[in-house]
Unconditional design. Structure first.
Length: 531
Protein backbone atom coordinates (compact mmCIF):
# COMPACT_ATOMS: atom_id res chain seq x y z
CA UNK A 1 0.00 0.00 0.00
CA UNK A 2 2.82 2.39 0.86
CA UNK A 3 4.34 1.80 -2.60
CA UNK A 4 1.03 2.73 -4.26
CA UNK A 5 0.77 5.94 -2.22
CA UNK A 6 4.36 6.80 -3.11
CA UNK A 7 3.67 6.25 -6.82
CA UNK A 8 0.55 8.45 -6.64
CA UNK A 9 2.58 11.22 -4.96
CA UNK A 10 5.30 10.89 -7.61
CA UNK A 11 2.77 11.13 -10.44
CA UNK A 12 1.19 14.29 -9.02
CA UNK A 13 4.62 15.91 -8.47
CA UNK A 14 5.69 15.07 -12.01
CA UNK A 15 2.48 16.59 -13.37
CA UNK A 16 3.06 19.77 -11.33
CA UNK A 17 6.56 20.01 -12.82
CA UNK A 18 5.12 19.31 -16.27
CA UNK A 19 2.98 22.44 -15.92
CA UNK A 20 6.18 24.50 -15.56
CA UNK A 21 7.84 22.79 -18.52
CA UNK A 22 4.79 23.48 -20.65
CA UNK A 23 5.21 27.22 -20.03
CA UNK A 24 8.88 27.05 -21.01
CA UNK A 25 8.36 25.14 -24.26
CA UNK A 26 5.00 26.66 -25.22
CA UNK A 27 3.35 23.22 -25.16
CA UNK A 28 -0.05 22.50 -23.54
CA UNK A 29 0.53 20.72 -20.20
CA UNK A 30 -2.15 18.13 -20.96
CA UNK A 31 0.17 16.51 -23.51
CA UNK A 32 2.84 16.08 -20.86
CA UNK A 33 0.29 14.50 -18.49
CA UNK A 34 -0.40 11.89 -21.20
CA UNK A 35 3.31 11.17 -21.65
CA UNK A 36 3.77 10.75 -17.91
CA UNK A 37 1.00 8.13 -17.99
CA UNK A 38 2.72 6.40 -20.90
CA UNK A 39 6.00 6.49 -18.95
CA UNK A 40 4.33 4.51 -16.14
CA UNK A 41 2.35 2.22 -18.44
CA UNK A 42 2.93 -1.27 -19.83
CA UNK A 43 5.24 0.00 -22.61
CA UNK A 44 6.92 2.57 -20.38
CA UNK A 45 9.83 2.50 -17.96
CA UNK A 46 7.89 1.31 -14.90
CA UNK A 47 5.73 -1.11 -16.94
CA UNK A 48 2.66 -0.95 -14.70
CA UNK A 49 0.12 -3.35 -16.26
CA UNK A 50 -3.23 -1.57 -16.48
CA UNK A 51 -5.98 -2.55 -18.93
CA UNK A 52 -9.02 -2.23 -16.67
CA UNK A 53 -11.26 0.01 -18.78
CA UNK A 54 -14.22 -0.47 -16.41
CA UNK A 55 -12.25 0.94 -13.47
CA UNK A 56 -10.83 3.71 -15.66
CA UNK A 57 -14.34 4.61 -16.82
CA UNK A 58 -15.60 4.96 -13.23
CA UNK A 59 -12.62 7.08 -12.17
CA UNK A 60 -12.76 9.29 -15.27
CA UNK A 61 -16.55 9.72 -14.98
CA UNK A 62 -16.19 11.18 -11.46
CA UNK A 63 -13.29 13.39 -12.59
CA UNK A 64 -15.30 14.62 -15.61
CA UNK A 65 -18.24 15.44 -13.32
CA UNK A 66 -16.13 17.99 -11.44
CA UNK A 67 -14.65 19.37 -14.67
CA UNK A 68 -18.18 19.87 -16.01
CA UNK A 69 -19.40 21.41 -12.75
CA UNK A 70 -16.51 23.87 -12.54
CA UNK A 71 -16.91 24.75 -16.22
CA UNK A 72 -20.38 26.02 -15.35
CA UNK A 73 -19.49 27.35 -11.88
CA UNK A 74 -16.69 29.54 -13.22
CA UNK A 75 -18.67 30.94 -16.17
CA UNK A 76 -19.56 34.60 -15.60
CA UNK A 77 -23.08 34.76 -16.98
CA UNK A 78 -23.14 38.57 -17.13
CA UNK A 79 -20.43 38.39 -19.79
CA UNK A 80 -21.53 35.16 -21.48
CA UNK A 81 -25.27 35.76 -21.84
CA UNK A 82 -24.89 38.12 -24.84
CA UNK A 83 -23.35 35.27 -26.87
CA UNK A 84 -25.17 32.35 -25.24
CA UNK A 85 -27.43 31.82 -28.27
CA UNK A 86 -24.47 31.35 -30.60
CA UNK A 87 -22.64 29.13 -28.12
CA UNK A 88 -25.64 26.86 -27.46
CA UNK A 89 -26.30 26.57 -31.20
CA UNK A 90 -22.72 25.35 -31.66
CA UNK A 91 -22.94 22.99 -28.68
CA UNK A 92 -26.11 21.32 -30.00
CA UNK A 93 -26.55 21.62 -33.77
CA UNK A 94 -22.80 22.09 -34.19
CA UNK A 95 -22.09 18.81 -32.41
CA UNK A 96 -24.68 16.99 -34.54
CA UNK A 97 -23.21 18.35 -37.78
CA UNK A 98 -19.63 17.61 -36.68
CA UNK A 99 -20.50 14.05 -35.68
CA UNK A 100 -22.55 13.43 -38.84
CA UNK A 101 -19.97 14.78 -41.28
CA UNK A 102 -17.11 12.96 -39.53
CA UNK A 103 -19.09 9.70 -39.60
CA UNK A 104 -19.89 10.16 -43.30
CA UNK A 105 -16.25 10.82 -44.22
CA UNK A 106 -15.04 7.83 -42.17
CA UNK A 107 -17.61 5.63 -43.86
CA UNK A 108 -16.85 6.83 -47.41
CA UNK A 109 -13.08 7.30 -47.36
CA UNK A 110 -11.92 4.88 -44.65
CA UNK A 111 -14.49 2.22 -45.59
CA UNK A 112 -15.51 1.76 -41.95
CA UNK A 113 -18.97 0.31 -41.13
CA UNK A 114 -21.57 3.03 -40.58
CA UNK A 115 -22.12 2.16 -36.90
CA UNK A 116 -18.39 2.36 -36.15
CA UNK A 117 -18.08 5.59 -38.14
CA UNK A 118 -20.98 7.06 -36.19
CA UNK A 119 -19.37 6.08 -32.88
CA UNK A 120 -16.08 7.75 -33.88
CA UNK A 121 -17.97 10.91 -34.91
CA UNK A 122 -20.00 10.92 -31.68
CA UNK A 123 -17.01 10.46 -29.40
CA UNK A 124 -15.00 13.19 -31.15
CA UNK A 125 -17.84 15.68 -31.67
CA UNK A 126 -17.30 17.72 -28.47
CA UNK A 127 -14.57 20.27 -27.82
CA UNK A 128 -12.42 20.64 -24.73
CA UNK A 129 -12.78 23.84 -22.72
CA UNK A 130 -9.86 23.06 -20.40
CA UNK A 131 -7.40 22.84 -23.29
CA UNK A 132 -8.55 26.09 -24.92
CA UNK A 133 -8.64 28.22 -21.81
CA UNK A 134 -5.43 26.84 -20.35
CA UNK A 135 -3.77 28.29 -23.45
CA UNK A 136 -5.69 31.60 -23.45
CA UNK A 137 -5.05 32.19 -19.74
CA UNK A 138 -1.34 31.42 -19.92
CA UNK A 139 -0.88 33.74 -22.90
CA UNK A 140 -3.32 36.28 -21.36
CA UNK A 141 -5.18 36.48 -24.65
CA UNK A 142 -8.70 37.79 -24.88
CA UNK A 143 -10.56 37.46 -28.17
CA UNK A 144 -12.68 40.04 -29.95
CA UNK A 145 -16.45 39.99 -30.46
CA UNK A 146 -17.12 37.81 -27.42
CA UNK A 147 -15.32 34.85 -29.01
CA UNK A 148 -13.76 33.75 -25.71
CA UNK A 149 -17.20 33.53 -24.11
CA UNK A 150 -18.61 31.66 -27.13
CA UNK A 151 -15.84 29.06 -26.84
CA UNK A 152 -16.24 28.88 -23.06
CA UNK A 153 -19.99 28.19 -23.10
CA UNK A 154 -19.83 25.96 -26.18
CA UNK A 155 -17.02 23.80 -24.80
CA UNK A 156 -18.71 23.52 -21.43
CA UNK A 157 -22.13 22.61 -22.78
CA UNK A 158 -21.38 20.34 -25.75
CA UNK A 159 -20.20 17.32 -23.73
CA UNK A 160 -23.77 16.29 -22.79
CA UNK A 161 -24.77 16.17 -26.48
CA UNK A 162 -21.65 14.19 -27.40
CA UNK A 163 -22.34 11.84 -24.48
CA UNK A 164 -25.91 11.28 -25.69
CA UNK A 165 -24.72 10.48 -29.23
CA UNK A 166 -22.10 8.11 -27.82
CA UNK A 167 -24.74 6.23 -25.80
CA UNK A 168 -26.89 5.88 -28.93
CA UNK A 169 -23.89 4.68 -30.99
CA UNK A 170 -22.91 2.09 -28.37
CA UNK A 171 -26.46 0.76 -28.38
CA UNK A 172 -26.43 0.50 -32.19
CA UNK A 173 -23.15 -1.48 -32.26
CA UNK A 174 -24.06 -3.76 -29.35
CA UNK A 175 -27.60 -4.25 -30.69
CA UNK A 176 -28.92 -3.43 -27.23
CA UNK A 177 -32.61 -2.68 -26.74
CA UNK A 178 -32.49 1.01 -25.76
CA UNK A 179 -36.17 1.55 -26.52
CA UNK A 180 -37.42 4.50 -28.53
CA UNK A 181 -34.42 6.75 -29.30
CA UNK A 182 -36.61 9.86 -29.48
CA UNK A 183 -38.05 9.15 -26.03
CA UNK A 184 -34.54 8.55 -24.68
CA UNK A 185 -33.32 11.89 -26.03
CA UNK A 186 -36.29 13.83 -24.64
CA UNK A 187 -36.00 12.11 -21.26
CA UNK A 188 -32.27 12.81 -21.05
CA UNK A 189 -32.70 16.52 -21.85
CA UNK A 190 -35.81 17.17 -19.74
CA UNK A 191 -34.50 15.38 -16.65
CA UNK A 192 -31.01 16.85 -17.08
CA UNK A 193 -32.28 20.43 -17.27
CA UNK A 194 -34.98 20.07 -14.60
CA UNK A 195 -32.88 18.30 -11.98
CA UNK A 196 -29.80 20.48 -12.55
CA UNK A 197 -31.74 23.71 -12.04
CA UNK A 198 -33.93 22.35 -9.21
CA UNK A 199 -30.95 21.09 -7.18
CA UNK A 200 -29.07 24.35 -7.77
CA UNK A 201 -32.03 26.36 -6.44
CA UNK A 202 -32.32 24.04 -3.46
CA UNK A 203 -28.59 24.24 -2.71
CA UNK A 204 -28.58 28.03 -3.05
CA UNK A 205 -31.53 28.31 -0.67
CA UNK A 206 -29.81 26.10 1.91
CA UNK A 207 -26.55 28.07 1.68
CA UNK A 208 -28.09 31.55 1.82
CA UNK A 209 -31.33 31.26 3.77
CA UNK A 210 -30.63 28.60 6.38
CA UNK A 211 -28.00 27.75 8.97
CA UNK A 212 -28.00 24.02 8.27
CA UNK A 213 -24.37 24.07 7.09
CA UNK A 214 -21.84 24.57 9.86
CA UNK A 215 -19.07 27.12 9.40
CA UNK A 216 -16.30 25.78 7.18
CA UNK A 217 -18.33 22.94 5.65
CA UNK A 218 -19.49 24.82 2.53
CA UNK A 219 -17.01 22.99 0.27
CA UNK A 220 -18.06 19.57 1.54
CA UNK A 221 -21.73 20.46 1.05
CA UNK A 222 -21.16 21.58 -2.56
CA UNK A 223 -19.13 18.42 -3.32
CA UNK A 224 -21.98 16.31 -1.94
CA UNK A 225 -24.57 18.18 -3.99
CA UNK A 226 -22.49 17.87 -7.19
CA UNK A 227 -22.28 14.10 -6.71
CA UNK A 228 -25.97 13.94 -5.76
CA UNK A 229 -26.91 15.90 -8.88
CA UNK A 230 -24.98 13.48 -11.08
CA UNK A 231 -26.19 10.36 -9.24
CA UNK A 232 -29.89 11.24 -9.10
CA UNK A 233 -30.01 12.34 -12.74
CA UNK A 234 -28.15 9.23 -13.98
CA UNK A 235 -30.36 6.94 -11.86
CA UNK A 236 -33.56 8.44 -13.30
CA UNK A 237 -32.26 8.21 -16.89
CA UNK A 238 -31.44 11.87 -17.45
CA UNK A 239 -28.33 13.43 -18.95
CA UNK A 240 -26.14 13.64 -15.85
CA UNK A 241 -23.41 15.78 -17.46
CA UNK A 242 -25.95 18.35 -18.64
CA UNK A 243 -27.47 18.38 -15.15
CA UNK A 244 -24.11 18.96 -13.45
CA UNK A 245 -23.14 21.71 -15.90
CA UNK A 246 -26.39 23.63 -15.35
CA UNK A 247 -26.05 23.07 -11.61
CA UNK A 248 -22.63 24.72 -11.82
CA UNK A 249 -23.85 27.72 -13.84
CA UNK A 250 -26.72 28.48 -11.45
CA UNK A 251 -24.57 28.01 -8.35
CA UNK A 252 -21.66 30.02 -9.72
CA UNK A 253 -23.85 32.99 -10.61
CA UNK A 254 -25.88 33.03 -7.40
CA UNK A 255 -25.03 34.95 -4.25
CA UNK A 256 -23.96 32.02 -2.13
CA UNK A 257 -21.67 32.60 0.82
CA UNK A 258 -17.92 32.07 0.56
CA UNK A 259 -17.99 31.87 -3.24
CA UNK A 260 -14.52 33.40 -3.46
CA UNK A 261 -13.26 30.56 -1.28
CA UNK A 262 -15.10 27.89 -3.25
CA UNK A 263 -13.72 29.03 -6.62
CA UNK A 264 -9.99 28.43 -5.93
CA UNK A 265 -10.85 25.16 -4.16
CA UNK A 266 -12.74 23.76 -7.15
CA UNK A 267 -10.13 25.17 -9.50
CA UNK A 268 -7.62 22.95 -7.71
CA UNK A 269 -10.02 19.97 -7.77
CA UNK A 270 -10.53 20.45 -11.51
CA UNK A 271 -6.78 20.62 -12.13
CA UNK A 272 -6.36 17.36 -10.22
CA UNK A 273 -9.23 15.82 -12.21
CA UNK A 274 -7.57 16.80 -15.50
CA UNK A 275 -4.25 15.35 -14.35
CA UNK A 276 -6.03 12.13 -13.35
CA UNK A 277 -7.87 11.74 -16.66
CA UNK A 278 -4.89 12.43 -18.90
CA UNK A 279 -2.58 10.30 -16.78
CA UNK A 280 -5.02 7.37 -17.00
CA UNK A 281 -5.34 7.89 -20.76
CA UNK A 282 -1.57 7.64 -21.05
CA UNK A 283 -1.48 4.64 -18.69
CA UNK A 284 -4.03 2.76 -20.82
CA UNK A 285 -2.13 3.26 -24.07
CA UNK A 286 0.26 0.82 -25.71
CA UNK A 287 2.68 2.89 -27.85
CA UNK A 288 3.79 -0.17 -29.82
CA UNK A 289 0.22 -0.40 -31.21
CA UNK A 290 0.11 3.21 -32.41
CA UNK A 291 2.07 3.04 -35.70
CA UNK A 292 -0.64 0.83 -37.17
CA UNK A 293 -3.42 3.37 -36.49
CA UNK A 294 -1.51 6.61 -37.26
CA UNK A 295 -2.78 6.81 -40.91
CA UNK A 296 -6.39 6.37 -39.75
CA UNK A 297 -5.95 8.89 -36.92
CA UNK A 298 -4.35 11.46 -39.26
CA UNK A 299 -7.19 11.06 -41.74
CA UNK A 300 -9.76 11.65 -38.96
CA UNK A 301 -7.80 14.71 -37.75
CA UNK A 302 -8.02 16.13 -41.28
CA UNK A 303 -11.75 15.30 -41.49
CA UNK A 304 -12.42 17.04 -38.16
CA UNK A 305 -10.09 20.03 -38.42
CA UNK A 306 -10.44 20.97 -42.08
CA UNK A 307 -13.94 19.76 -42.99
CA UNK A 308 -16.43 18.81 -40.25
CA UNK A 309 -15.71 21.51 -37.64
CA UNK A 310 -15.35 24.42 -40.13
CA UNK A 311 -18.49 23.31 -41.98
CA UNK A 312 -20.51 23.25 -38.74
CA UNK A 313 -19.16 26.65 -37.64
CA UNK A 314 -19.70 28.44 -40.96
CA UNK A 315 -23.17 26.95 -41.54
CA UNK A 316 -24.36 28.05 -38.09
CA UNK A 317 -22.36 31.22 -37.31
CA UNK A 318 -22.44 33.16 -40.59
CA UNK A 319 -26.27 33.51 -40.44
CA UNK A 320 -25.83 34.76 -36.85
CA UNK A 321 -23.70 37.67 -38.13
CA UNK A 322 -20.29 36.32 -37.15
CA UNK A 323 -17.44 37.53 -39.35
CA UNK A 324 -15.39 35.15 -41.50
CA UNK A 325 -12.36 35.80 -39.28
CA UNK A 326 -14.34 34.92 -36.16
CA UNK A 327 -15.68 31.75 -37.78
CA UNK A 328 -12.16 30.69 -38.79
CA UNK A 329 -10.88 31.18 -35.23
CA UNK A 330 -13.82 29.32 -33.65
CA UNK A 331 -13.28 26.47 -36.11
CA UNK A 332 -9.57 26.27 -35.28
CA UNK A 333 -10.20 26.42 -31.52
CA UNK A 334 -12.27 23.21 -31.56
CA UNK A 335 -9.72 21.16 -29.63
CA UNK A 336 -10.44 17.53 -28.66
CA UNK A 337 -9.42 16.47 -25.18
CA UNK A 338 -10.56 14.87 -21.95
CA UNK A 339 -14.24 14.24 -22.69
CA UNK A 340 -13.57 12.53 -26.04
CA UNK A 341 -11.10 10.15 -24.40
CA UNK A 342 -13.49 9.47 -21.49
CA UNK A 343 -16.31 8.62 -23.93
CA UNK A 344 -13.93 6.31 -25.82
CA UNK A 345 -13.06 4.57 -22.55
CA UNK A 346 -16.81 4.27 -21.85
CA UNK A 347 -17.36 2.61 -25.23
CA UNK A 348 -14.54 0.09 -24.72
CA UNK A 349 -15.78 -0.66 -21.19
CA UNK A 350 -19.27 -1.31 -22.64
CA UNK A 351 -17.80 -4.11 -24.74
CA UNK A 352 -17.93 -2.39 -28.13
CA UNK A 353 -16.20 -4.56 -30.71
CA UNK A 354 -14.67 -2.69 -33.67
CA UNK A 355 -12.28 -3.50 -36.47
CA UNK A 356 -10.39 -0.33 -35.56
CA UNK A 357 -8.80 0.38 -32.17
CA UNK A 358 -11.20 3.11 -30.99
CA UNK A 359 -9.32 4.10 -27.84
CA UNK A 360 -5.94 4.53 -29.53
CA UNK A 361 -7.51 6.37 -32.46
CA UNK A 362 -9.16 8.88 -30.11
CA UNK A 363 -5.91 9.15 -28.14
CA UNK A 364 -3.94 10.00 -31.28
CA UNK A 365 -6.59 12.45 -32.53
CA UNK A 366 -6.62 14.23 -29.15
CA UNK A 367 -2.83 14.29 -29.10
CA UNK A 368 -2.61 15.79 -32.59
CA UNK A 369 -5.39 18.27 -31.80
CA UNK A 370 -3.90 19.60 -28.56
CA UNK A 371 -0.32 19.56 -29.86
CA UNK A 372 -0.93 21.22 -33.23
CA UNK A 373 -4.13 23.25 -32.88
CA UNK A 374 -3.44 24.14 -29.26
CA UNK A 375 0.15 25.22 -29.81
CA UNK A 376 -0.75 27.31 -32.85
CA UNK A 377 -3.92 28.86 -31.38
CA UNK A 378 -2.27 32.13 -30.17
CA UNK A 379 -0.53 32.57 -33.55
CA UNK A 380 -3.77 31.90 -35.45
CA UNK A 381 -5.67 34.41 -33.26
CA UNK A 382 -3.01 37.05 -33.94
CA UNK A 383 -2.92 36.29 -37.67
CA UNK A 384 -6.69 36.70 -37.90
CA UNK A 385 -6.49 39.99 -35.93
CA UNK A 386 -8.87 38.55 -33.34
CA UNK A 387 -6.82 39.33 -30.22
CA UNK A 388 -8.39 41.99 -27.98
CA UNK A 389 -5.55 43.90 -26.31
CA UNK A 390 -7.95 46.13 -24.37
CA UNK A 391 -9.45 43.43 -22.18
CA UNK A 392 -8.46 40.47 -20.05
CA UNK A 393 -9.74 36.96 -20.81
CA UNK A 394 -9.92 36.33 -17.05
CA UNK A 395 -12.88 38.72 -16.86
CA UNK A 396 -15.02 36.06 -18.55
CA UNK A 397 -14.62 33.85 -15.46
CA UNK A 398 -16.02 34.10 -11.94
CA UNK A 399 -12.54 33.69 -10.44
CA UNK A 400 -11.55 37.17 -11.67
CA UNK A 401 -11.49 39.30 -8.53
CA UNK A 402 -10.54 42.85 -9.32
CA UNK A 403 -13.40 44.03 -7.09
CA UNK A 404 -11.79 42.67 -3.92
CA UNK A 405 -8.96 45.19 -3.96
CA UNK A 406 -10.38 48.68 -4.37
CA UNK A 407 -7.01 50.39 -4.13
CA UNK A 408 -7.37 53.70 -5.95
CA UNK A 409 -10.06 56.35 -5.68
CA UNK A 410 -10.42 59.68 -7.48
CA UNK A 411 -11.83 62.58 -5.49
CA UNK A 412 -12.76 65.75 -7.38
CA UNK A 413 -12.23 68.96 -5.36
CA UNK A 414 -14.92 71.40 -6.40
CA UNK A 415 -15.19 75.15 -5.63
CA UNK A 416 -16.07 75.60 -1.96
CA UNK A 417 -14.86 72.11 -0.97
CA UNK A 418 -13.45 72.12 2.57
CA UNK A 419 -10.14 70.71 1.30
CA UNK A 420 -9.65 73.45 -1.30
CA UNK A 421 -6.55 75.59 -0.56
CA UNK A 422 -5.52 73.20 2.22
CA UNK A 423 -2.25 71.28 2.49
CA UNK A 424 -2.35 67.47 2.37
CA UNK A 425 -1.11 67.17 5.95
CA UNK A 426 -3.87 69.48 7.23
CA UNK A 427 -6.89 67.57 5.84
CA UNK A 428 -8.56 64.59 7.46
CA UNK A 429 -8.03 61.77 4.97
CA UNK A 430 -10.10 58.60 5.41
CA UNK A 431 -8.52 56.16 7.87
CA UNK A 432 -5.90 54.01 6.21
CA UNK A 433 -5.86 56.04 2.98
CA UNK A 434 -2.92 57.80 1.37
CA UNK A 435 -2.86 60.73 -1.07
CA UNK A 436 -0.76 59.56 -4.02
CA UNK A 437 -1.04 62.32 -6.62
CA UNK A 438 -3.03 65.28 -7.87
CA UNK A 439 -4.27 65.57 -11.44
CA UNK A 440 -4.35 69.30 -12.21
CA UNK A 441 -5.32 69.83 -15.83
CA UNK A 442 -2.64 68.05 -17.85
CA UNK A 443 -0.20 68.14 -14.93
CA UNK A 444 0.41 65.24 -12.55
CA UNK A 445 1.75 66.21 -9.11
CA UNK A 446 3.22 63.62 -6.73
CA UNK A 447 1.91 64.73 -3.36
CA UNK A 448 3.82 65.42 -0.15
CA UNK A 449 2.64 66.64 3.21
CA UNK A 450 2.95 70.32 2.27
CA UNK A 451 1.40 69.97 -1.21
CA UNK A 452 -1.49 72.41 -1.53
CA UNK A 453 -4.85 71.25 -2.90
CA UNK A 454 -6.59 73.61 -5.34
CA UNK A 455 -10.24 73.79 -6.42
CA UNK A 456 -10.66 71.80 -9.63
CA UNK A 457 -8.01 69.25 -8.65
CA UNK A 458 -8.57 65.51 -8.91
CA UNK A 459 -7.00 63.97 -5.82
CA UNK A 460 -5.99 60.31 -6.25
CA UNK A 461 -6.21 58.34 -3.01
CA UNK A 462 -5.03 54.84 -2.16
CA UNK A 463 -7.68 53.33 0.08
CA UNK A 464 -7.80 50.00 1.95
CA UNK A 465 -10.21 47.30 0.70
CA UNK A 466 -13.53 46.97 2.45
CA UNK A 467 -14.53 43.47 3.54
CA UNK A 468 -18.28 43.04 3.46
CA UNK A 469 -20.27 41.15 6.03
CA UNK A 470 -22.77 38.40 5.27
CA UNK A 471 -25.56 40.91 4.60
CA UNK A 472 -23.56 42.94 2.08
CA UNK A 473 -22.02 42.19 -1.24
CA UNK A 474 -19.74 43.92 -3.73
CA UNK A 475 -20.20 42.65 -7.26
CA UNK A 476 -18.34 43.49 -10.45
CA UNK A 477 -20.24 43.84 -13.72
CA UNK A 478 -18.25 44.02 -16.95
CA UNK A 479 -19.99 46.09 -19.64
CA UNK A 480 -19.86 44.63 -23.14
CA UNK A 481 -21.11 46.52 -26.18
CA UNK A 482 -24.35 44.47 -26.13
CA UNK A 483 -25.07 45.07 -22.45
CA UNK A 484 -28.34 46.89 -21.73
CA UNK A 485 -26.44 49.34 -19.50
CA UNK A 486 -23.98 50.34 -22.24
CA UNK A 487 -24.12 54.08 -23.14
CA UNK A 488 -26.76 54.79 -20.49
CA UNK A 489 -26.55 57.25 -17.61
CA UNK A 490 -26.77 55.70 -14.13
CA UNK A 491 -29.90 57.71 -13.43
CA UNK A 492 -31.67 55.90 -16.28
CA UNK A 493 -31.03 52.41 -14.89
CA UNK A 494 -33.72 50.43 -13.10
CA UNK A 495 -31.81 49.55 -9.93
CA UNK A 496 -33.53 48.02 -6.92
CA UNK A 497 -33.69 49.99 -3.68
CA UNK A 498 -30.91 47.92 -2.10
CA UNK A 499 -28.43 48.41 -4.98
CA UNK A 500 -25.92 51.21 -5.50
CA UNK A 501 -23.25 51.70 -8.16
CA UNK A 502 -20.23 52.49 -6.00
CA UNK A 503 -17.62 53.06 -8.69
CA UNK A 504 -16.83 52.72 -12.36
CA UNK A 505 -13.43 51.38 -13.43
CA UNK A 506 -12.51 52.73 -16.87
CA UNK A 507 -9.08 51.59 -17.98
CA UNK A 508 -6.63 52.89 -15.38
CA UNK A 509 -9.18 55.41 -14.06
CA UNK A 510 -11.51 54.88 -11.10
CA UNK A 511 -14.62 57.07 -11.18
CA UNK A 512 -16.92 57.80 -8.25
CA UNK A 513 -20.15 58.21 -10.22
CA UNK A 514 -23.33 60.21 -9.89
CA UNK A 515 -26.67 59.92 -11.67
CA UNK A 516 -25.32 61.67 -14.78
CA UNK A 517 -22.32 59.36 -15.23
CA UNK A 518 -22.64 57.46 -18.53
CA UNK A 519 -21.55 53.83 -18.52
CA UNK A 520 -19.42 52.96 -21.55
CA UNK A 521 -18.33 49.77 -23.29
CA UNK A 522 -15.46 47.97 -21.48
CA UNK A 523 -16.26 49.72 -18.19
CA UNK A 524 -16.27 47.64 -15.02
CA UNK A 525 -19.10 48.69 -12.70
CA UNK A 526 -18.69 47.91 -9.02
CA UNK A 527 -22.06 47.51 -7.31
CA UNK A 528 -22.87 47.52 -3.63
CA UNK A 529 -25.83 45.30 -2.79
CA UNK A 530 -27.55 44.61 0.49
CA UNK A 531 -28.79 41.01 0.67
Amino acid sequence: MSIIILIVALVILLCVLAEKFSDKFGMPALILFMFIGMLFGSDGILKIPFENFELAENICAVALVFIMFYGGFNTKWEVAKSVAGKAVTLSTLGVLITAGVTALLCNVFLKLPFEESFLIGAVLSSTDAASVFAILRKKKLNLKDGTASILEVESGSNDPVSYLLTVIAIGMINNSDSGNIFVTIVLQIVLGVTLGIALAILSGFIMTKTKIISEGLDMIFVIAMVLACYGVTAFLGGNAYLSVYLFGIFMGNSRIKNKQTLIPFFDGVTSLAQILIFFLIGLLTFPHQMPAIIPTALAIVIFLTLVARPLAVFLLMLPMKCSVRQCLLIAWAGLRGASSSVFAIMAVAAGVSMKQDLFHIVFMVSLFSVAIQGTLLPAVANKLLMVDDNSDVRKTFNDYQEETSLQLMRMHISEGHEWANQRIKDVNLPTGSLALMIKRGKETIITKGNTKIHAGDNLILSVPPYNTNEKEDLQEKYISKNDVWCNKAIGELQLSKNELIAMVIRGDETIIPDGKTVILENDTVVMYQEK
